[in-house]
Design a protein around this ligand. Structure first.
Ligand SMILES: [Fe+2]
Ligand SMILES: [Fe+2]
Length: 196
């Protein structure tokens, strides 16, 4: 039996009590508040990771976000642009879905769709060089967010490999990440976060 005051008392969830879950909800709230820091720490893992590209993946992320910001995009969109490739480290074979899943509670359905599907649309610029079909995105033609995703890739993502571009530093985007990740719009755990 766990008798520490800062720990729930159950050893299996079926024995949980209101006191246990009130305690856990308090911890969840504190943990959720530091989510932006964890996101930024993970994003920094892309520093120095070139993979053969002209810029490393962190610079590509900063450049994508900077281009979106300078083009007048709103904060949630800019944060999506910053994090669209954050899944590269753990989701080597499905990176768009990783970033999109992280963003989903905090952004609109359209911004989430762009993050989740950008890999197929970005392929328009290179799939034909690696034995694939550059028109794979055509499967989504007619989708309400087709043009928005095509525009993200054309204006920001595929254009963000210029080593001479004056990208804003990560510190410029940190307050934006803090604000966007402060409160979930949609989540199973949104109520607990709101009460914390
Ligand atoms: Fe990507
Ligand atoms: Fe990218």
């Amino acid at each position: 039996m766990n008798d520490q005051p800062d720990r729930a008392q159950f050893t299996a969830m079926e024995h949980g009590t209101q006191a246990d879950w009130s305690l856990i909800a308090g911890h969840f709230g504190q943990f959720a508040k530091t989510l932006p820091n964890r996101v930024l720490t993970h994003l920094r893992l892309l520093d120095g990771d070139y993979g053969g590209f002209p810029v490393d993946r962190l610079e590509h992320s900063l450049q994508t976000a900077t281009r979106a910001h300078r083009d007048g995009r709103d904060e949630a969109y800019v944060v999506m642009a910053l994090l669209h490739d954050i899944g590269d480290t753990l989701g080597t074979y499905n990176h768009p879905e990783i970033g999109a899943a992280m963003l989903r509670p905090f952004v609109s359905e359209e911004v989430h769709w762009i993050a989740n599907t950008h890999g197929v649309f970005q392929g328009y610029y290179f799939f034909h060089y690696i034995g694939g079909d550059r028109d794979l995105r055509e499967q989504y033609r007619g989708h309400p967010h087709f043009e928005a995703c095509a525009e993200f890739c054309e204006k920001y993502d595929q254009a963000a490999f210029d080593p001479t571009y004056d990208s804003a530093p990560l510190s410029f985007f940190e307050p934006m990440v803090g604000r966007v990740f402060a409160r979930p719009i949609q989540s199973l755990y949104a109520k607990a976060a709101a009460e914390a």
